[in-house]
Design a protein around this ligand. Structure first.
Ligand code: IMP
Length: 468
């Protein structure tokens, strides 16, 4: 074969400039809990007004996430399921890069069905390739924490051990639950964790792990497998070859895609405040590997970071230089209900930190911005925004390292605020308080992102979208 022919056989068209119409990805722009679930739910509902179907794709994390959605006046906390689940004509895909806890997933589906009553749930498709995150992982994480081997701030949902299984090349995947030798596989897995835990001087059968708000005893292999058996039976109809589905639908450009990332780019293990980071890929790039190369993030029409407009929150063990003094933080925490959806932990409240936010916007290759919680503003208190870091009197950049961040001194400017009550009366952009509009312009310009939407209350509809 001539070199030219050989070259032709490998030749790929350059698709870098191809934009896939009707595709929007939403990621947390800071440290999680920015209100992504509600945004992706509203985007899905909006698309369904004009299209017969929507694909709602979640690709990372697991039961550590907590996405709050208000559905017909009722507040629902979703952890593993994508928030398009309440829309009948939506297909909610739980992708390959997720780590799924079968028992909790079962409870979540049952809860959604109960809320929907007579109404139909979205078509739920669980990737056969998603990894499992089991009670064994939670037990191991608990022991690591007890023995002070890290995991300090973790949600206790066994997320990093489940991802570590993938790195060690011995994960259990959803498809393993339906193989003929599934019991053998689970037994091998249980034994591995029993031995790891006993090597650390503990007994797996005696460890209690988190199950929503309760704690359950791991107990014997028999009890462990019984719990999984119930879930495996229940979940079977939802398990699918999502690879094929994604390929078909992505190529059909008339089907809208909404991508719901979990956590936030500031929790990503590469870009987050190391070491208190999560194990999954929290940036848009994770969509590429989770879809096995079908969906290139560069093709997604809009990649929006969600950021709380006037403050940020942090839950975990990190110490941020922009943390607010407690008396100020307390008011915001109570007014905005800043307690962890998954863990109930009170969140730390931080000033808006432009060095960190612009770094996260840059590394995640975002194009758009959603500002949430616009109603958390007090007309008599200016908004303090960190615009620079100083170290030894000199300007320094943001770096994703806890030790480094403890040495920097934030520099602030104060910007005029507006009344949180007044903004709730606005029906459109024109009616929003003047200072709130100026503020949005300032933040979006500073981050180099176009505004996609803003929200000013927890209810569906308390959203203003900025049409391009
Ligand atoms: P893990 O994901 O449970 O391993 O926890 C690692 C870090 O990520 C901890 O600081 C958690 O508090 C944080 N984290 C994980 N998921 C979320 C989330 O959905 N919102 C906010 N923080 C999270």
């Amino acid at each position: 074969m001539s070199f030219y022919k050989l070259y032709q056989s490998f030749y790929r068209e350059d698709h870098r400039s191809d934009i896939r119409q009707n595709s929007v990805a939403i990621a947390g722009g800071v440290l999680g809990d920015e209100g992504k679930g509600r945004i992706t739910e509203e985007l899905t509902s909006d698309f369904l007004e004009n299209f017969p179907e929507v694909i709602h794709y979640r690709d990372n994390g697991g039961a550590n996430a907590g996405h709050t959605v208000v559905w017909q006046g009722e507040e629902v906390h979703l952890h593993q399921i994508g928030s398009g689940i309440f829309n009948e004509n939506c297909t909610v895909v739980l992708g390959k890069n997720m780590v799924l806890h079968p028992t909790e997933l079962t409870s979540e589906i049952k809860q959604v069905k109960q809320i929907l009553g007579e109404n139909s749930m979205a078509d739920l498709k669980i990737s056969r390739m998603a990894a499992l995150s089991l009670d064994t992982h939670r037990a191991f994480e608990t022991v690591l924490k007890q023995k002070k081997y890290g995991e300090d701030g973790s949600t206790g949902r066994g997320i990093s051990p489940a991802y570590a299984d993938i790195i060690y090349r011995h994960p259990l995947r959803v498809r393993d639950l339906y193989s003929t030798d599934w019991q053998k596989k689970l037994k091998k897995h249980y034994k591995l964790y029993r031995d790891l835990i006993s090597g650390l001087g503990a007994d797996i059968t005696q460890i209690k792990v988190k199950r929503f708000d309760e704690k359950i005893l791991i107990d014997s292999y028999k009890r462990f497998v019984q719990r999984i058996y119930q879930a495996k039976k229940y979940l079977q109809p939802f398990v699918a070859n999502t690879h094929k589905l994604l390929k078909q639908k992505w190529e059909k450009t008339s089907t809208p895609f909404v991508f719901e990332k979990a956590q936030g780019v500031g929790l990503d293990k590469r870009w987050g405040v190391y070491p208190d980071v999560t194990a999954s890929d929290c940036s848009f790039s994770g969509i590429y590997s989770s879809s096995e190369g079908i969906i290139k993030p560069s093709q997604i029409e809009k990649k929006a970071l969600v950021v709380k407009a006037t403050y940020s929150s942090s839950v975990g063990s990190r110490n941020m230089p922009t943390e607010m003094p407690e008396e100020k933080a307390h008011k915001i925490r109570e007014d905005a209900g800043e307690y962890g959806t998954t863990t109930g932990r009170p969140r730390d409240i931080l000033h808006i930190d432009l060095p960190m936010l612009s770094y996260l916007a840059e590394v995640s290759d975002a194009t758009h911005l959603v500002l949430t919680h616009m109603d958390i503003s007090y007309s008599n208190i200016p908004i303090k925004v960190c615009v620079d870091y100083k170290k030894d009197g000199k300007s320094v950049e943001y770096r994703p390292d806890q030790k480094y961040l403890q040495q920097v001194e934030p520099e602030y400017v104060e910007t005029p605020s507006w009344s949180g009550e007044e903004i709730k009366q606005a029906d459109n952009l024109t009616e929003m308080p003047k200072n709130s509009k100026k503020y949005m312009k300032f933040i979006s310009k500073a981050l180099g992102l176009d505004m996609l939407a803003c929200t000013y209350g927890p209810e569906k509809g308390q959203t203003i979208s900025f049409n391009p």
